[in-house]
Each structure stands twice: as C-alpha cells, then as structure tokens.
Design a protein. Structure first.
Length: 100
C-alpha cells in the first residue's frame, strides 16, 4: 500500500509571527466592539432624554447588561493586547536570532 501524505493529518507549524497576526486581529475586533458599546450607551442616554426620563426603570436592566458587555470587551481587549505584545517580542527575538 503506497504511503501518501494526507494534508488533513499533516501537523501544521505556527511561529510567533502567526500568533501576532491572530492576536492583533482579535485586539482590533475588541476595539471595534468597544466602539459599538459606546454607541449603544450614547443611544440609550439619548432615548432616556427623549422620553423625559420617565419609565427609566426599564432601562436599568439594559444598561447593566451593556455595562457587563463593556467590562468583558475591555478585559478581552487588554488580554489580546498583552498577548500581541508578548508574541511580537518573541517574534522579534526569533528573527534576530536567525539573522545572527
């Protein structure tokens, strides 16, 4: 039986540069998420103003949920930013070691 290389079973290798790409993309996505959450908070504030601050109790739960999403987005943004920096440093060190 001939041996064939099955590309689905071939292990893939990734370097720190690949990880920089992945984490910086995630970081960018979280920055966009922060922009979206800020927009939602502004629109909620505008709606409350338009309603004359009547029945704002109904907005309380929604504002709490948006605050929770903002907290999660900020934490993920911080994590992805830290990981990007760490892999960038590793990648630069790897490139420097290769050129020596």
């Amino acid at each position: 039986m001939p041996t064939q290389i099955n590309s689905k079973n071939t292990p893939k290798t990734y370097d720190a540069g690949d990880m920089v790409d992945a984490y910086s993309l995630a970081e960018c996505d979280m920055q966009w998420m922060s922009v979206a959450i800020t927009d939602i908070k502004k629109r909620l504030k505008d709606i409350k103003k338009e309603t004359g601050h009547q029945n704002i109790i109904g907005f309380h739960a929604l504002e709490n949920i948006v605050d929770m999403y903002q907290y999660i987005a900020e934490n993920r943004l911080s994590h992805y930013s830290n990981e990007t920096e760490a892999y960038e440093a590793e990648w630069k060190a790897d490139k420097k070691a290769v050129t020596l």
